[in-house]
Structures are given as structure tokens and as C-alpha cells.
Design a protein around this ligand. Structure first.
Ligand code: NI
Length: 203
């Protein structure tokens, strides 16, 4: 079965080629690019596609999921493992393997930022739009950094307060520079950066 409400299905082939398949496209033509037999795929959607399309023009073998997994044993302090398991339960993480994989990916994303690779993320601002000159200053900074900014979303939280989410992509230095310039603006109640990734180097 396919997931209940997927806006977009994700198919992964090899290390670099990603194919996005909209639900509507699938219904129209099934014209999807799928991993060739033997290539890696790492998303559960492939299982769904396999079932969905098995009776159609694609053979199930074309979707065979051959993402290599490696088992390894880890020795940990008992108390450390107990706390880790408690955290997994609290976060409703289904398995230790997933939890460890998430930690590794988070560390690799930090490496991307340190190494100066292309990264992506979001800057969150909260401010009172009545503050004198504030909107003009924010607009000037964002225009100066337009190459880094993908989009900006503005939400009117209440009569006074605004939430602004600035999606960014590019070199970490450029993003940090933008954050510093925003933090220097007087009148902002909150500035934070969610340091994410383009996902291109992760699986
Ligand atoms: Ni507003």
C-alpha cells in the first residue's frame, strides 16, 4: 500500500540521481524513472510502488530495493544505553538502528556546515511590525542577500507580532553573514537558524 497522503513520492537511484514523482503524475501516466535493477533505492515508497505497479507496465524486479545494510555491534556503558533507549521511546523512534542513523546524519550535516559545503536551512524571526523602521531594515538586508534566500514567508501572529521564515540555501558563510546582519537589527524579539542540509550528500 502507498502512504495515505503523500504529496510527493521519492525515488532514489544510485548516489546522485533523484526522481520526484507527483501523485498526479503517477495517476496520469506512470511515467516514472525508477532505479534500474540492481541499483540502490533507500525509500520505503519503492516498496509501495512495487506493489502498486506490479500488474502494470513495470515489473516488480525493476523496483528491487537493494540498499546495502551493514550490521555492526556496539559496546556502550549500560547506563548510557538505558538513557538512550529512554530517549528513543520518548521520541517514538521505532528502532535503535534508526536512532543511531539519525544521530550520524545530524553529525554529518554539522560537518557540511563546517566544511563550507552547500547547505540549506531556515531563519526564523519574530518582531513587532510597529517598531519604527524595522520592516525597511529587514527588507534591505534580504535584498542584499537575495542570492542566499530561496523564499520568505510572513505570518501575522496577532495584532502586533509577525513571524517570518526565511528559507536559505548556499554557502554556510553567506548564511551566517545574513543571520549576523539580522541579529544586529534593533527591535527583533527572536532570531534563530535551523541549520539543515540540501540532502544531496546524505542517504
Ligand atoms: Ni505581519
Amino acid at each position: 500500500m502507498l502512504p495515505q497522503n503523500p504529496d510527493m513520492f521519492y525515488s532514489y537511484a544510485g548516489n546522485s540521481a533523484c526522481t520526484y514523482l507527483c501523485k498526479s503524475q503517477r495517476k496520469r501516466s506512470h511515467s516514472v524513472v525508477v532505479p534500474d535493477a540492481g541499483e540502490s533505492c533507500c525509500h520505503p515508497i519503492n516498496t509501495g510502488l512495487r506493489a502498486e505497479l506490479a500488474g502494470d507496465r513495470f515489473s516488480p524486479q525493476k523496483y528491487s530495493c537493494t540498499m546495502p545494510l551493514t550490521r555492526f555491534s556496539v559496546s556502550l556503558d549500560r547506563e548510557l544505553l538505558r538513557r538512550f533507549d529512554a530517549r528513543i521511546r520518548r521520541d517514538r523512534c521505532p528502532t535503535r538502528s534508526k536512532a543511531i542513523g539519525d544521530l550520524i546524519r545530524a553529525a554529518l550535516v554539522q560537518d557540511e556546515w563546517r566544511a563550507g559545503d552547500e547547505v540549506a536551512g531556515a531563519i526564523v524571526l519574530v518582531y513587532d511590525h510597529h517598531r519604527r523602521d524595522l520592516l525597511r531594515r529587514l527588507a534591505n538586508i534580504q535584498h542584499d542577500c537575495h542570492a542566499t534566500i530561496i523564499s520568505t514567508q510572513h505570518i501575522h501572529l496577532d495584532h502586533d507580532n509577525c513571524l517570518e521564515i526565511i528559507a536559505v540555501r548556499g554557502a554556510p558563510a553567506g548564511i551566517h553573514d545574513l543571520v549576523k546582519r539580522l541579529k544586529a537589527v534593533k527591535g527583533l524579539k527572536h532570531v534563530s537558524l535551523a541549520a539543515g542540509t540540501t540532502g544531496a550528500r546524505l542517504c
